[in-house]
Write a protein that binds this ligand. Structure first.
Ligand SMILES: Nc1ncnc2c1ncn2[C@@H]1O[C@H](COP(=O)(O)OP(=O)(O)OP(=O)(O)O)[C@@H](O)[C@H]1O
Ligand SMILES: [Mg+2]
Length: 369
């Protein structure tokens, strides 16, 4: 740790101790309320975890802590995340998981549904950058256009993309210990990116990250606008323990695997399929989507196989899971998601949007369930 970072850390702890905990009267650090303090490049953050009943009373404490940290020499940015433990059911399960991060997921009790959510669908890939988030956002918009009440959970706490992809930037309200999702493009959306900025999220370490995840899972009022027919979860890349735990705790009902046609992506897609099979009970694979399947030649319309073609369809056949469709490389799709206008919502008539709508129809989830 560089002396600068060390000095900032010590000064931050002293400063936080000058703010009294309204309950115990002790300073915040002495009262044990400062969890997962992280200091990096002048950015300071920590989690202020309090009992659910006290959450509202501590909002001014969080604000005071952020203001005070900004006065510490060397601090350029301060972020305090106020969290309350998750409700009983989720808390019991998460305690079980976190007590042993290597816990055998197969030994965990069956997961229970999130309140007010009929089904939870995870979008996964194993490999990074293959278009999971693009597919998750546009598929969610397709469900909404097909008349389903749809939620989107951006579960990538290290690299959240929902704020950029939906264009939403407002902070969610924290009411009675619960976060209200943001309503945008006909979806209810939650992302850690609404609570902290993207760069901040990248520097999170262990305790902060798990606390943030717990908040995303257990503390969101998904049925704030009425019960949801489907909650689409955009998983972070990878297939490790974190993913297993996430899928288990979210009680995922079905998984959609996104892959490009390239062999490296397919290997990771296979790993993702294996991972869902390890959950107890195993999570059904609803199907595979081939993203960046081809590039339509602007002159002739011929399908140019930039990353190869058809690999995901063949793989789906091999794994005996449905093949749901092919998304071409499409400039408007990229521009839309990178500029906060999901294509399916902004240009539903486009050929690519029609592919997403067709996939949504194929999945056939009922409305009002
Ligand atoms: N079919 C497509 N056509 C053109 N660009 C695409 C397509 N799919 C995704 N992209 C672009 O590729 C980039 C990566 O996509 P995206 O962020 O959805 O991938 P990801 O799998 O979620 O990545 P990560 O693993 O980092 O979460 C983005 O800039 C996105 O706009
Ligand atoms: Mg992503």
């Amino acid at each position: 740790m560089s002396p600068d970072t060390h000095d900032i850390r010590q000064a931050a702890l002293r400063t936080l101790d000058s703010i009294p905990d309204p309950k115990s009267g002790q300073g915040l650090s002495a009262a044990g309320l400062v969890k997962g303090l992280s200091v990096e490049d002048g950015r300071v953050g920590f989690v202020l975890e309090v009992a659910a009943a006290d959450a509202a009373a501590y909002a001014p404490v969080r604000d005071a802590a952020e203001r005070a940290l900004l006065d510490v020499p060397g601090v350029t940015r301060a972020q305090v995340v106020l969290t309350a433990p998750a409700p009983t059911v989720v808390q019991r399960r998460s305690a079980q998981v976190s007590s042993d991060p290597r816990a055998d997921p197969a030994a965990m009790p069956p997961a229970e549904h999130l309140p007010g959510v009929a089904r939870v669908i995870a979008v996964a890939s194993g490999k990074g950058g293959v278009g999971k988030s693009t597919v998750a956002v546009n598929l969610a918009c397709a469900f909404a256009r097909l008349g389903l009440r749809t939620g989107l959970l951006d579960a990538d706490i290290y690299g959240p993309s929902a704020p950029r992809m939906t264009g939403a930037s407002q902070k969610p309200a924290f009411i009675d210990g619960k976060l209200e999702p943001i309503v945008v493009w006909g979806l209810v959306v939650m992302s850690i990116g609404f609570l902290v900025d993207e760069r901040q999220a990248m520097i999170w370490r262990g305790p902060m990250a798990s606390s943030a995840l717990r908040q995303m899972i257990g503390d969101v009022r998904w049925d704030a606008r009425g019960p949801l027919d489907v909650l689409v979860v955009d998983l972070p890349p990878g297939t490790g323990d974190v993913h297993l735990t996430l899928v288990q705790k979210l009680s995922v009902d079905g998984a959609i695997i996104v892959s490009t046609p390239s062999e490296v992506a397919l290997v990771d897609a296979r790993r993702a399929v294996t991972m869902f099979g390890k959950i107890n009970p195993p999570v059904p694979i609803l199907g595979v989507i081939e993203n960046m399947a081809y590039f339509p030649d602007p002159a002739t319309g011929a399908r140019l196989p930039i990353f190869g073609h058809g690999g995901a369809r063949t793989e789906a056949e091999r794994l005996a899971v449905p093949f749901l469709g092919e998304i071409p490389i499409d400039i408007a799709l990229r521009a839309g998601t990178d500029e906060g206008r999901p294509l399916v919502a902004s240009e539903p008539e486009s050929a690519v949007s029609q592919v997403f709508l067709e996939i949504g129809r194929r999945l056939g989830f009922p409305a009002g369930s």
